[in-house]
Each structure stands twice: as C-alpha cells, then as structure tokens.
Design a protein around this ligand. Structure first.
Ligand code: SF4
Length: 382
C-alpha cells in the first residue's frame, strides 16, 4: 500500500542560527527558483499522484519563501500529494515571516497546522539563540494565524546559556497565555559542526547544568499539563484532539514519502535519504539524476527495536501483545533484560501488559534508548 504521509524539506533561512545543524542554505535566496524546479522534477518521479492524510513542510524555514514562491511550491506538492478530506497539512514558520500575504497563501491551500519557531519570549534569550524575530512578532504571528489555521503550535527551547529558571517559567506562562493548541519543547543541544559547538569548546558559551535543565523540563511538564495540554510524547504537548498526526506516523513505525535535500523517505520497507548538500541535490535533480545518497533496508529485528524506542517515547507506551503482532517480536525476546532493569529502577512501569515511561524515566529517557537498540541477547551472552 502506498504511504499516506509526505514530508517536504525547504532548505532556506535568512541566516543560520548558531545552534542549528539542519540541512539548509542561509542567505542563498538566489537558489530558491532552482529549488522549486528541482522539487517539481523530483515529485514527477512519483509517476502518479499519491493521496496522503498528512503533509508536513519543514526546513529550514518554508515561510522564508516569498508568497509567490510558496504558492508555487504548495501548488506543485498538492498536485502530487493531494490531501484527503480531513487531512492534516502542517508547515513550520518563522514568526517574523507571518504576514497577511503569507497567511493568505497558507489558508488558500488548506494548511491546517502551523508550527511557529518561537523558541523564547525573552529578548536576551532570542539574541543568544541568534533568532531574528522579536517577542512581539510571535504575538503578532499568533494573532494573524488564529482563525486562518486549525492548529497553532509553538516550539520552545530551554536550557539556553545564561537562562534562569525564572526566565523559563515566564516563557512558559507567556506561551500558555497565547493559548496554543500544541507545544514542542526541547533542551538546547550543542551539535558538532555548529558555531555553538565551537563557541562551547572555546569557553564562550556555558552549557546549562543538568540539574537546572531537569528543573526546566519539570516546569514544562507541570505548567503545560496544568494548562490542559496533554503530554503525549517526551517533547510534545497537545490540546485534546490536536496531536501532530504526521509525527505520529513516524513514531508508530508508519511509512512516508519525502522530497527535498536531506529528506528521508520510508516506502516499501526501504529508507532512502537524499543528499544533505542542497547544492548537490539541485545539481543532481536538475540533471535528471536521483538525489538519493543512502538506501537502507533495516533487518526486521532492528526495525522492531527502533519501533520500540519510538513507542516508548510516546507516553501511552507500548502494549506487549500489539507490539508482537505488529513486529513479529516479543518484547522480552528483543530487550527483556534491559526492560526489566528499567522497571526495577523505576524508569519504566508495566500495567496490564503495557509498558511506559514513569515520570522519573522521562528525565533520563535519552539514556535508556541505547540499551534497547543494542542486541540484548548479545549483551547477555557477552
Ligand atoms: S530558523 Fe530554524 S532552521 Fe533556520 S537556521 Fe534557525 S534554527 Fe535552523
């Protein structure tokens, strides 16, 4: 069966924020028209329109395109990935790009969900993060989007260098006062290859302490859930009925199409990842060559392990019987010793055949996954 989800990667931003290592070109708007031609070319290789239930435009910053360019992109994508009745159409947006002409393009093409890269409402934090929008622009963007799309999501970052618990509490309160339908929140990470990484190494930036970062995450959980948002995935909160359906396809091991530089698809049991370099992607596609850089067919056991981790990141956890039916692997066969150990130490809990993260487990979840992804039988033997 053809996948019912599609991702489109738009690799342009005005400038590159210091912490960002996504696939994108900053300040190369001269290449946007080539990109639009390349996407049209790549889409044409689908052979026929593929109706989908969820469509997600990420980046980079899709709204960095001019209204005319964005309109052209949406028209081409919707031609190849027509959205089913009641489908979810998400797009990531920079608050400073949200102006009437852009909102008009989004609502004309049936965008249902906008994920705003707010990150913080504190001018000093926004400056440290090298964001190019002001707190006022976030408020204005929310006002303009309200009524134009069904779901307004806010992305927030915590544990920014020099951030205090007070600043984060005030960010959370401001976000809640804006009545978002969805909040995604992550602790800042320093990725190799970013300017933040080099600055950290040179001692110019100070990473938040572990204790402070945990206190900030706890504040997020407590305040957002008290405001009526359901904590449904380690980093995601949603008002009732407002979860991100597209991300749930990833988290439940579903298949999806993907186009654009660096985009990774999962179709027919095969993962294909396009070239991460936008220039290489453009060169190849416009010359009529495949942009795929890596093809991978995961063995069923690795796939099952991956599915286990994604399932456990969701707060509803994993049902033993369902998991075995869907993957062909019993949980104990895959990761029995590790699961038992995490239950024993209070990181996971099990009730009626369903295993899920405990509150304590939420704070250390990243540290749990490696042992679930490794072969436990090997570990047990060796
Ligand atoms: S706006 Fe987002 S995608 Fe663009 S550089 Fe900044 S963090 Fe990266």
């Amino acid at each position: 069966m053809s996948p019912r989800a599609a991702y489109v990667h738009v690799p342009f931003c005005r400038h590159r924020c210091g912490y960002c290592n996504f696939t994108l070109l900053a300040g190369r708007d001269d290449l946007i028209d080539d990109f639009l031609r390349a996407i049209e070319q790549e889409l044409s290789w689908l052979g026929q329109p593929r109706p989908v239930d969820t469509l997600f435009f990420g980046g980079g910053t899709p709204t960095h395109l001019s209204p005319g360019q964005l309109d052209r992109l949406l028209v081409s994508v919707l031609r190849w990935f027509p959205l089913s009745e009641g489908g979810e159409f998400s797009i990531e947006a920079n608050p400073s790009d949200v102006r009437p002409a852009i909102v008009d393009v989004l609502s004309r093409h049936g965008v249902t969900r906008v994920s705003l890269g707010a990150q913080s409402f504190d001018p000093a934090m926004l400056a440290i993060l090298e964001r190019d929008h002001s707190p006022e622009e976030i408020h204005r963007a929310v006002e303009q989007l309200r009524g134009a799309v069904d779901v307004i999501g806010l992305d927030l970052i915590f544990a920014v260098p020099d951030e205090t618990l007070d600043i984060w509490q005030s960010d959370l309160q401001t976000a809640i006062d804006l009545r978002p339908d969805h909040v995604s929140t992550y602790g800042l990470t320093f990725e190799k290859g970013t300017t933040y990484w080099s600055r950290l190494k040179r001692g110019e930036l100070r990473q938040a302490g572990e204790e402070l970062e945990r206190a900030m995450y706890a504040e997020a959980i407590d305040r957002l859930t008290a405001a009526g948002l359901e904590h449904y995935e380690v980093s995601n909160f949603a008002a009732p009925g407002r979860r991100c359906r597209h991300n749930e396809v990833y988290w439940t091991g579903g298949e999806y199409f993907a186009v654009g530089p660096g985009a990774a698809s999962h179709t027919g049991g095969v993962r294909r990842t396009n070239h991460r370099s936008t220039l290489t992607y453009l060169k190849r596609v416009l010359a009529g060559d495949s942009p795929v850089a890596e093809t991978e067919q995961l063995p069923p056991e690795d796939k099952a392990r991956e599915r286990l981790v994604f399932a456990l990141r969701r707060l509803e956890g994993v049902d033993r019987r369902q998991f075995a039916e869907q993957t062909g692997f019993e949980l104990d066969e895959l990761a029995g010793p590790a699961l038992a150990d995490f239950v024993k130490h209070g990181m996971l809990e099990e009730h009626d055949g369903r295993i899920r993260l405990t509150r304590a487990g939420l704070f250390v979840s990243d540290g749990l996954w490696p042992s679930l992804l490794a072969d436990q039988r090997y570990t047990a033997r060796g």
